[in-house]
Design a protein around this ligand. Structure first.
Ligand code: SF4
Ligand code: SF4
Length: 444
């Protein structure tokens, strides 16, 4: 089956964009160009990591917004809530109050996203068919990066479903057993990152098949804050009543989305790398290195993992501390009655443990036709030799090599190189002739 086309969630607000190049310099996949004084995102290269948005000094990048209206189209509205949502609040707001506010705001059932860790553990789920080291598929931006830039490492990716997916499957199974009709049940993930929105909205993806919608964590946070502000008594009474449908989870599960959260369960030689540029540096190493003594590699596109997602609102270190503090009050093992509850659905859950292997994306190829691609590659090499090699970004491409590739693909012109233009306009015209572009007579 063909890999579905990526849905993208980030856009540039042209009226705010100053063409300052901060985003272009930050983008890990070279997906941004500055054209006509404004940033443009190339959808073929974008992995929705949100790095561009996090550095824009003019608030010109926007992420697709959630619509809460979709919730109301379902009778049974399930929220799959990540632990980091609770960590956005200070200690005055308890987990129970957050749950209560979510219920009052329209959900009928709440599941902690990380419950899936316990479900997988109780079911004895093991990874299969992978190269070593096993690479986690938990972070969707990291998976997209591998699809785009390191396809050889796709064989290392975990095929086990993510905890959030497993939780959503369990929620659907349980609600159905309680008599809720599948077509009347909507399962919504509350996401701390743009990549998860992109994944859930990518038609044909595994997440799209499991979740009926996705809500941005910052929007949900604002909704809870305004509810709590209007209901001061609820704050004082600690909510009362509203809590998770699956009532207990383990310490390991709650820490799962933090950096090194997955490592304790994945073998002796495990490593966690966070922040996209560190991830790229490490994957380059892994691609070239013959032998690394690692069993498992956890990759988090955001610094501090999900606690640093671009849709979070609180300082990522404080958020991490709160998740850890919460997890310390939780049991190491799931209570027996909950193990039995999971195992009672094992015939339905066990056949759903694995996903299909992600396929490579060919956006970085110069041409679909191999012969033409090789010809263009040669052209890129020649063009790079005459460009200044200082990666100044003034041409609107992030590096001289990126400009050379754009020229080879006829998406840019040598004229964009400001340095060449200033140094020697006559030489520039002769280069334009060599590369088959129309020349301009230099003005005296
Ligand atoms: S960082 Fe990018 S989107 Fe923001 S103003 Fe600069 S060029 Fe425009
Ligand atoms: S979301 Fe990431 S990959 Fe896409 S343009 Fe922004 S920085 Fe580049």
């Amino acid at each position: 089956m063909a890999e579905p086309l990526f849905h993208h969630t980030l856009a540039v607000r042209q009226e705010r964009c100053k063409g300052c190049t901060h985003c272009m310099k930050r983008c890990p996949t070279g997906a941004i160009r500055i054209e006509g004084g404004h940033a443009r995102i190339d959808g073929e290269r974008c992995i929705d990591c949100g790095q561009c948005m996090s550095v824009c000094p003019h608030n010109a990048m926007v992420v697709e917004q959630s619509t809460f209206d979709q919730l109301l189209t379902y009778t049974w509205r399930v929220a799959v809530v990540p632990a980091v949502l609770f960590a956005q609040f200070d200690d005055q707001v308890t987990e129970r109050q957050v749950c209560r506010a979510l219920m009052e705001c329209g959900f009928t059932h709440l599941y902690l996203s990380e419950t899936g860790v316990d479900i997988l553990q109780v079911l004895g789920a093991k990874n299969k068919d992978h190269e070593t080291p096993l690479i986690s598929d938990f972070c969707p931006a990291a998976v997209r990066l591998i699809q785009l830039r390191y396809p050889v490492l796709l064989q290392n990716l975990s095929l086990l479903r993510t905890p959030a997916q497993m939780t959503a499957i369990m929620a659907r199974v349980e609600l159905e057993a309680e008599g809720c009709l599948p077509e009347e049940t909507g399962i919504f993930y509350i996401t701390p990152c743009a990549a998860k929105i992109a994944q859930i909205k990518t038609v044909g993806s595994t997440d799209h098949a499991i979740f009926q919608g996705v809500l941005n964590l910052d929007s949900v946070y604002n909704m809870i804050q305004s509810f709590l502000a209007k209901n001061k008594k609820l704050q004082e009474q600690d909510g009362g009543g509203a809590w998770f449908h699956f009532p207990v989870f383990t310490k390991t599960a709650v820490q799962w989305s933090l950096v090194k959260g997955e490592c304790p369960m994945k073998g002796e030689r495990s490593l966690a790398v966070d922040e996209m540029h560190n991830v790229i540096e490490f994957l380059e190493e892994l691609e070239n290195e013959e032998e690394v003594n690692l069993d498992f590699l956890e990759l988090d596109a955001c610094a501090q993992g999900c606690a640093g997602g671009i849709l979070t609102v609180r300082n990522r270190f404080l958020a991490t501390e709160r998740v850890r503090h919460w997890s310390n009050s939780l049991p190491e093992q799931l209570p027996e009655e909950l193990r039995i509850r999971i195992l009672s659905y094992k015939d339905i859950l066990l056949p759903q443990l694995y996903t299909e292997r992600a396929k490579p994306k060919s956006a970085l190829k110069l041409d679909k036709d191999m012969g033409k691609a090789l010809h263009k590659l040669e052209k890129v090499r020649e063009i790079v030799k005459v460009l200044p090699g200082i990666d100044c970004g003034l041409c609107g491409a992030p590096t001289c090599k990126a400009l050379a590739e754009d020229i080879a693909k006829s998406n840019a012109s040598m004229r964009q190189c400001v340095v060449l233009k200033l140094k020697n306009p006559k030489e520039l015209n002769s280069l334009l002739r060599i590369w088959g572009e129309r020349t301009q007579t230099p003005k005296n």
